[in-house]
Design a protein around this ligand. Sequence first.
Ligand code: R5P
Length: 338
Amino acid sequence: MSPARDRVYRADIGPALPSEVSRVRPFMRDDCAILTGTANPALAAAIAQSFGLPITPCQVDRFPDGEVAVQLLAPVRHKTVFLIQPTSPPVNDHLIELLALADACRRAAAPHITAVIPYFGYARADKRVGRREPITARMVSDLIEAVGIDHVVTLDLHTPQMEGFFHVPVDSLTAVPTICAAIRAALPDGVAVVSPDAGRVSMATDYASRLAAPLIVLHKRRASGRETAVTHVVGDVRDHPCLIIDDMIATGGTIAESVRALRESGALPEMLVAATHGLFLEGALEKLERAGVRAVFITDTIAQPIVNPPRLQVVSVAPMIAAALKRFVADGSTDDVS
Ligand code: R5P
């Protein structure tokens, strides 16, 4: 083991708590390098600016057959690397970019690699729902560790317990305080916070307590990746405008179906939506518009193809992520960041 290597946390010496990890290697900002793949360069630039470092240049390209080709264009020897790459669609390409960049950093003698994965693709594949299925989220966490990534920072993981798939430390941040601070003034009087399913109750409780709003919980059944049905509304939503919250909006089916069920239960027509990750697949934004959603608040974890689409308001989480990385660099805990 090299002298640089033996100061860092290694998965094979056993599990460590985040507070222990932060003691492993106190280091300074100039010992760090920030790199990014192609998933969200604007977010990476905003994080780097808040952190106070330029992005270390690297080339991320494709071979003619579609294989990912990466090359670091500056040394990272003895640097603590922060590799910023949400694994957003195209998920597999962005995942392989992340893994290849990490491998390049490790082979270039970076002693410590933190993967900053603001949106974690495959997080919904965290259990087997049918026979002979994989647990792909677990497989992805194994791949991440296999390339030498020894710390993961992520945001509003689909299921927080997914952290347990890793042997290396995971700092799981939340965008809820940032979103609440940004949207508070735009909310109508008497707004009720709505969890669209049982999985989001904890997040919705956090929203409701920060916004001092009542909480409504929907019971959702998912028939397929595209079809959902709300069968029960728990709580009295009559005469309330609603803020439906979620970790992510993919096809928009969950939100559209939630709006339908809330209206049927007597909610006021005013519907707002707040979610951390806006994937907006297959005309999801139009679907939300047709459902009568007045405004959608999301963060910038995922790059949006259209600048300023109507009804969409983007709240940046870059300063919050940069603050977490700064605290990590300063040998502190990321606890108080979000
Ligand atoms: C599911 O459990 C998630 O929290 C989201 O509600 C879901 O992934 C959103 O997907 P869609 O927009 O396709 O309904």
